[in-house]
Write a protein that binds this ligand. Structure first.
Ligand code: EPU
Length: 330
């Protein structure tokens, strides 16, 4: 499918268009498209759940219509599932939970597709997708060559991977292989997940608990446009954290020890600056979770960009901490 001046799917619900929009159903079709449109500005999207389009896209936007998953190997304890990039991650998770296969259940209900979630290293409730990714298969944009990246070669970090840095724009992930568990070891240490998951948790009961918790705090993108968390949680040095507690005379600043420093929830910083629930044009800092910016009332891209910039400035002025978007500006 190739269309001109086509509306680009994006969960912010912004009315943006691609000069060319093309969907492919096989790796061969993808290679043909790459050859045909070589030299064009190119963007590959999933559901557009982590993108902020600041204007129409003058180039080609690609999307995968490959949506299958298969078991590629198993032993007594594990099963290796290979999923196509265009499969909706949550649909895969639901099927796995149904079969009692675990590892991805904490990531239930995160919007997005398999390929994009492996670029972004999505995470929630104490699990990141990198924890269960064995390898990814990708196609080089330049010449269509296939390359397999092991988990280590993906250089995964917090909402980060080599595909967002050194290899940005150079590869399209076509398949992801997950190493999943036959025997369930629930991960319930985040927030109130343990109490929500029941006495004898199963992958499905944890999935349901996660969905319940998410629905309480996060907007449904089908009802209220957003890209989930707009900012990353900043990690500061211990000195910075201690200076901050002295400066604002508050030793109850929420914080989490991390490798490399102390994580302070951006949601808390933003709320302290008074932004929770505030609007700028049609964009709003979400009233239930200020880390999320929403399209409350026909927001324009500028409304969202301006709101994000104003929030960053206030957090910097009040706390001396830089928060940065996790959403990609296009
Ligand atoms: N907080 C406030 N005010 C609020 C809400 C939260 O001060 O109104 C503070 C509280 O101290 C709370 C802390 O923020 O304990 C953490 O809040 P929450 O558990 O909601 O998590 P988060 O750090 O804000 C991250 C992810 C989410 C993920 C949740 C749960 C990032 C950027 N975001 O949010 O991911 O669902 O943890 O694991 O790391 C996403 O990436 O789109 C996303 C939704």
């Amino acid at each position: 499918m190739i269309k001109n001046n086509f509306p680009i799917p994006n969960t912010f619900g912004l009315p943006v268009k691609a000069r060319i929009f093309a969907e492919y159903s096989s790796v061969e079709e993808l290679r043909d498209l790459l050859k045909r449109y070589q030299g064009e500005r190119l963007l590959h999207i999933g559901q557009g759940s982590n993108l902020l389009f600041t204007e129409d896209f003058d180039g080609i936007v690609l999307h995968s219509a490959m949506r299958r998953a298969r078991c590629v190997s198993e032993d007594n304890d594990h099963v290796w599932i290979e999923a196509d990039n265009g499969l909706v991650l949550d649909e895969l998770i639901e099927q796995l939970c149904d079969m009692g296969i675990s590892g991805l259940e904490n990531l239930s209900y995160i919007p997005g597709e398999v390929g994009a979630s492996a670029v972004q290293n999505v995470g929630a409730y104490g699990v990141e997708v990198k924890d269960v990714i064995e390898s990814v298969r990708a196609v080089a944009v330049a010449d269509g060559a296939e390359r397999v990246f092991t988990n280590a070669e993906c250089h995964y970090g917090y909402r980060d991977s080599i595909f967002k840095n050194d290899l940005r724009g150079q590869y399209i992930i076509t398949h992801v292989v997950y190493k999943l568990n036959k025997h369930f070891e629930p991960k319930l240490d985040y927030g109130n997940l343990r109490s929500e998951a029941g006495d004898k948790p199963t992958p499905m009961s944890v999935r349901e608990a996660v969905i319940h918790v998410r629905k309480q705090k996060l907007p449904e993108v089908s009802e209220l446009g957003s890209a989930g968390s707009f900012f990353k949680n900043p990690i500061v040095s211990r000195e910075k954290y201690e200076t901050l507690t002295r400066q604002i005379r508050d030793d109850s600043i929420p914080h989490y020890e991390q490798e490399g420093g102390i994580k302070i929830p951006a949601a808390w910083l933003i709320e302290q600056c008074g932004w929770k629930g505030k609007m700028m044009g049609g964009a709003q800092c979400y009233e239930k979770q200020p880390l999320v910016l929403v399209n409350r009332n026909n927001a324009t891209p500028e409304d969202i960009v301006n709101l994000a910039a104003a929030i960053c400035k206030d957090v910097k002025d009040k706390f001396g901490i830089e928060i940065s978007p996790e959403v990609n500006y296009i």
